[in-house]
Design a protein around this ligand. Structure first.
Ligand code: HEC
Length: 477
């Protein structure tokens, strides 16, 4: 049986863990995109200050800031956006396929807002200098609204991956597009991202203000005072953050509060950097005349980047073992398929050849590699980040058999093993052979007693996800 009508090829990135490839690029892209969104709002504010005569230097600032915004967000933002599509379809075509299937028109809508954003921005870029205040404001408002709405649409899809909510309610996916879109973490993450976007825009403004040669110290201080108004909403962050965390599945919450050291640490990085940025901004505001110089402002932008990186890492991390909760495991296997794959095998329908097949001394090792490629390689590597042979290097053979057979209980952020006992034994042999330095000769193992004991362990483990005792059902609301 072929488990999916389409069997996608599985790419390998050598020592780079695939999640890190997406994560690294994604963090960069999210930061730029949030800057573009906050930047649009900030420019409307400064245009208002300029045209109502509230700030004599607002106009000079606007023109410098807009150049930075166009360069960074149009060029780098758009390129990294396309790069995101490109890498995610390399790493997880099944996930992207599901997202496109389910939210086709939402993506299309998002794209029209993106197009509007580009057109309004480009018109302002070409003609802004010559236009009257009213037209300038119209273009900037269009630009800002379009930017924010592209966040609105994307946010629903990303939030759905972690908290599909009522979309699952019927016991089946297909609760409807809107049930998936307006899911439990939709509003908290939309508001949180909006506040982050405003703060990032304000911090970049502080950098830009320091680079405008025509401005004296007093003018700079005044402009920075205005820009820092965009950081005041950061006061809401603890509340919005708590709301977001409350909307998460219970087991994900347990991981970030100590259950998983890496995720806990990244959460602390996010919170710590946010507190530093916010603290500086609030103190600066209170002490009205605090001049943030270019170096300090840049440092704050870097801290904001660290906060974004930590936050995005946590958001991606807590979704494990799924890319779409309770619907699709990270390795593109669906929970409902596991039981059948344990009978038919996970790579029986895999048409893709093994690279350089002669490097393996026997068929069992080739099979083991294919099983690794299909079920494990999305989160593990052979040599490199989270390398499997490193993790199991000190384990005895039976320990490997047992822990892999009960994979979802070994660590609940891994999916259950979804193959036959023969495949599992092949995987274990491939691991042992790799750990032994890939010798030229290796005897295949075919002890029926071993296979029987693996089968018993698989049965004891069950086919449901590890994690919460209810298999995550309590999270459906
Ligand atoms: C959804 C991602 C994901 C998938 C798929 C996955 N793992 Fe893991 N695995 C992890 C993470 C994350 C760790 C934690 C590494 C750490 O603790 O440093 C881990 C740890 C392990 C460990 C060490 C456990 C321990 O307690 O020390 C083993 C063994 C392991 N994985 C085997 C596998 C095998 C075999 C497969 C494929 C059948 C697999 N994993 C599939 C994410 C995954």
């Amino acid at each position: 049986m072929v488990p999916d009508p389409v069997v996608y090829p599985i790419n390998e990135f050598g020592p780079l863990m695939k999640g890190l490839v997406i994560g690294g690029l994604g963090i960069f892209h999210v930061f730029l995109a949030q800057f573009a969104i906050g930047g649009g709002m900030l420019m409307c504010y400064f245009q208002w200050l300029a045209q109502t005569g509230r700030s004599p230097h607002a106009r000079a600032f606007l023109d410098s800031y807009f150049r930075a915004l166009v360069l960074v967000s149009f060029v780098v933002g758009a390129v990294t956006g396309v790069a995101m599509w490109f890498t995610t379809i390399q790493v997880s075509p099944a996930t992207i396929g599901l997202m496109v299937d389910e939210f086709h028109w939402v993506w299309a809508t998002e794209w029209t807002f993106f197009a509007l954003e580009i057109v309004a921005g480009y018109a302002f870029y070409r003609c802004g200098q010559r236009l009257d205040d009213r037209s300038r404001m119209t273009l900037l408002v269009l630009y800002a609204l379009a930017g924010w709405f592209s966040l609105f649409w994307i946010n629903g899809i990303l939030a759905w991956q972690l908290t599909p909510g009522n979309w699952l309610a019927a016991g089946q996916e297909g609760g409807g597009v809107w049930a998936g879109f307006f899911n439990p973490s939709f509003w908290p993450s939309l508001f949180y991202r909006t506040v982050s976007a405003m703060a990032i825009a304000a911090l970049v403004a502080c950098v830009v203000i320091n680079t405008i040669p025509s401005l004296g110290r007093a003018a700079r201080t005044a402009l920075i005072g205005r820009a820092s108004h965009f950081m005041v909403p950061m006061l809401l962050m603890p509340l919005l953050g708590a709301w977001y965390v409350a909307s998460m599945p219970a087991e994900s919450r347990a991981w970030i509060f100590g259950g998983n050291v890496t995720m806990t640490m990244f959460l602390n990085i996010a919170v710590g950097s946010t507190v530093l940025v916010g603290g500086y901004a609030i103190l600066g505001l209170w002490r009205q005349h605090l001049l943030i110089n270019g170096a300090t402002a840049t440092l704050l932008v870097v801290l904001a980047f660290a906060a974004t990186a930590g936050g995005e890492f946590v958001r991606e991390g807590v979704r494990k073992p799924y890319t779409v909760r309770e619907t699709l495991y990270s390795n593109a296997i669906r929970p409902a398929e596991v039981a059948a794959l344990r009978r038919t095998g996970s790579v029986t329908g895999d048409p893709w050849p093994v690279r350089d097949p002669d490097q393996y001394p026997n068929d069992q090792l080739r099979l083991g590699f294919r099983v690794y490629r299909a079920q494990c390689s999305v989160c593990h590597t052979v040599h490199g980040v989270n390398a499997l042979p490193e993790l199991t290097g000190t384990w005895e053979t039976d320990q490997k058999r047992l822990n892999i057979a009960k994979l979802q209980h070994t660590k609940s952020f891994m999916p259950p093993f979804a193959g036959t006992p023969e495949e599992l034994e092949a995987l274990v042999q491939w691991l042992e052979w790799t750990e032994a330095g890939r010798p030229n000769r290796w005897n295949a193992s075919r002890d029926p007693a071993v296979l029987a004991s693996i089968r018993a362990s698989l049965e004891a483990a069950g086919t449901a996800a590890g994690g919460s005792s209810s298999g995550g059902k309590e999270d459906q609301r």
